[in-house]
Design a protein around this ligand. Structure first.
Ligand code: VAH
Length: 317
């Protein structure tokens, strides 16, 4: 049937995922939700203000729209989670628990975005394996690791069809980044197009796993549409595309905008970035359900600059 509810629909992932879901399943089958009403309409059937920590409200929405699939994106990200740890735990863990309870009650399929933030200082930094030490140092990472254990529990104890990806930093243009440690990789483009010097909050040599939004959407739809028997891991799959440092991103942008400059003023997010891996081994996802990224750094920079230029011209006209 594919009656889809997207929570956190106006976040960095949600904005593009809703567009892809509407194209794939028809706008009348997609319901957006978020903690506050949006300023603009989108192509979906409806937008509902939803606090995912309110279990009753969530279940009423699911029953009202006869939802059978939930893309559960509502969460506080790593940097914001350090500023509001209690809220981060409540939204990220209790919100997910409410979705999984509803999935068990209404036989829903669920997507849950985990993150490389589940890894920590004792995790191997290069070719981080699918199964390894997880010692997250942020509340966000702790909630995502807890979320993975909950997904595995509901899948094996109750047969809930929940699928999850440990996403790297996501680079996108349609929605502003929302309080993450990898936001520098998006903000840099915007500064470059404004001909401003960017003040980067991590050191130049900080190298992190990253993925372009088009690859991320393909990965999400890919795992959700895969045959259930192909999904061997019900906690969360490692997925990645490429890894690059802040300095490598600057250099690639400069091949398009030679006058672009960046200065480095590390802040509290440097400690978070230092606790994460640099390169992820996602061979299990590639073997089990055919994951394959398409965008390398050059392709990301070319497309981001093109799309941001077009985006700013549309908003000015
Ligand atoms: C963050 N963008 O920075 C998110 C992501 C791997 C990073 O989880 O918090």
């Amino acid at each position: 049937m594919n009656k889809i509810l997207v929570t956190g629909a106006r976040g960095q992932l949600g904005s593009d995922l809703v567009t892809a879901l509407c194209q794939q399943y028809g706008a009348t089958n997609v319901i957006e939700s978020g903690w506050r009403a949006p300023s603009d309409r989108s192509s979906s059937f409806a937008f509902e203000v939803l606090d995912v920590t309110d279990q009753g409200q969530l279940q009423k929405l699911i029953e009202h729209y006869h939802i059978d699939t939930v893309y559960h994106l509502a969460a506080l990200l790593s940097a914001k989670g350090e500023q509001f740890p209690d809220r981060c735990w409540d939204v990220n863990v209790n919100g997910l628990r409410h979705v999984l309870e509803a999935a068990q009650r209404f036989n829903l399929q669920v997507f849950f975005p985990s993150s490389i933030a589940v890894f920590g200082p004792h995790t191997p930094k290069l070719d981080t394996p699918q199964v390894t030490v997880e010692d997250p140092t942020t509340m966000y990472g702790i909630t995502k690791a807890t979320g993975e254990f909950l997904c595995h529990y509901y899948a094996h104890r109750y047969g809930v069809d929940v699928r999850s990806l440990r996403l790297p930093g996501i680079i996108s243009y349609s929605a502003p980044p929302g309080g993450g440690t990898t936001d520098f990789a998006v903000e840099m483009f915007q500064a470059a197009l404004r001909s401003e010097t960017y003040t980067c909050f991590v050191r130049p040599e900080t190298r992190l796993p990253m993925m372009y939004i088009s690859d991320a959407i393909r990965a999400i739809l890919g795992i959700m549409q895969a045959d259930s028997n192909a999904i061997k891991i019900r906690s969360s799959y490692n997925v990645t595309a490429i890894s690059f440092s802040a300095a490598e991103l600057v250099a690639e942008i400069q091949t398009h905008l030679p006058h672009f400059t960046c200065r480095y003023v590390p802040d509290f997010r440097q400690t978070i970035a230092d606790s994460w891996p640099s390169v992820i081994d996602d061979s299990k996802a590639r073997a089990d359900w055919g994951w394959q990224h398409q965008y390398d750094l050059a392709a990301i920079v070319t497309e981001m600059l093109e799309k941001l230029r077009a985006h700013s011209q549309n908003t000015q006209s």
